[in-house]
Design a protein around this ligand. Structure first.
Ligand code: JE8
Length: 248
């Protein structure tokens, strides 16, 4: 997979050089290119924003630099191919595990994290005439820009690519992924020592009975989901729990 990111803060994307994404890049599983939007400005001040038409607070990102940046990105990719443009925005569709799975199936993603009050709408409209566009939000809160959202989305997508997660880290039991743990939050995890500050590990986890351990983990995940995400539990019916138990 190729990933392009255009930002006025390219240094914000440095975390894409480390850990899971950094290792995937080093192994050639991901080809990531970060671009500085100001490289497509032509004035001495390298201007990327201006006041909003119609008035209102803040500034809006000018269309010209974005248009030239997207032209350049398209020109650098595989001949005859276009990326899926992913636009982080609080007004986008929720970025969910399902959307991460969908985007993980694309060969080329281009992210356009904005700042200020966002990008002139005409940029997105013009881009949509030549590539798929996905406007997505990572959550119901307002950030100061889209770079953090790109880090979240890229990590969530990268870990789903074949070979990126080792077997030991399989995303088979991911929350929200299809299968027995779908719509379930992760339950508690434990490691050595068996006793720490007077607190012990649940006996079931030391039993070696893998069937019962799996069932206990699902029960714990269900209880945690009930406590913290009742909205997810609404998708369940009791029968499903037993069915998922059989599927596991
Ligand atoms: C007061 N204004 C309102 C509009 C947005 C302005 C800041 N901003 C500019 C670009 C931009 C991109 C993403 C996000 C963002 N916020 N929350 C999320 N889940 C996001 C995502 N993905 C925020 C952003 C602040």
């Amino acid at each position: 997979m190729r990933i392009d990111v255009v930002s006025i803060f390219p240094e914000y994307l440095e975390p894409l050089n480390i850990s899971l994404v950094g290792k995937a890049r080093a192994r050639g599983q991901l080809d990531v290119h970060v671009h500085d939007l100001r490289g497509w400005t032509h004035d001495v001040h390298r201007t990327v924003d201006d006041s909003p038409y119609g008035g209102g607070p803040g500034m809006v990102m000018k269309p010209e630099p974005w248009g030239e940046a997207l032209d350049a990105v398209l020109g650098q990719g595989p001949e005859g191919e276009v990326p899926t443009l992913v636009v982080p925005t609080p007004s986008g569709r929720p970025f969910t595990q399902e959307l991460a799975q969908e985007l993980a199936g694309r060969p080329w993603l281009a992210f356009t994290p904005a700042r200020y009050e966002g990008i002139d709408r005409r940029v997105i409209e013009e881009a949509a005439t030549r590539m798929p566009v996905v406007e997505a939000s990572i959550g119901d809160y307002v950030l100061a820009g889209g770079e953090v959202a790109v880090l979240v989305m890229v990590e969530a997508i990268a870990r789903l690519l074949p070979g990126v997660l080792g077997n030991a880290e399989s995303h088979r039991d991911d929350s929200f992924a299809p299968g027995a743990m779908a719509d379930l939050l992760e339950g508690p995890v434990y490691t050595k020592p068996a006793e720490w500050r007077g607190r012990t590990v649940p006996d079931i986890l030391l039993s070696g009975n893998h069937g019962r351990i799996a069932r206990w983990r699902r029960e714990q995940a269900f209880a945690r989901t009930l406590a913290n995400r009742a909205d997810l539990v609404a998708r369940w019916r009791h029968a499903d729990f037993d069915k998922k138990d059989r599927e596991a």
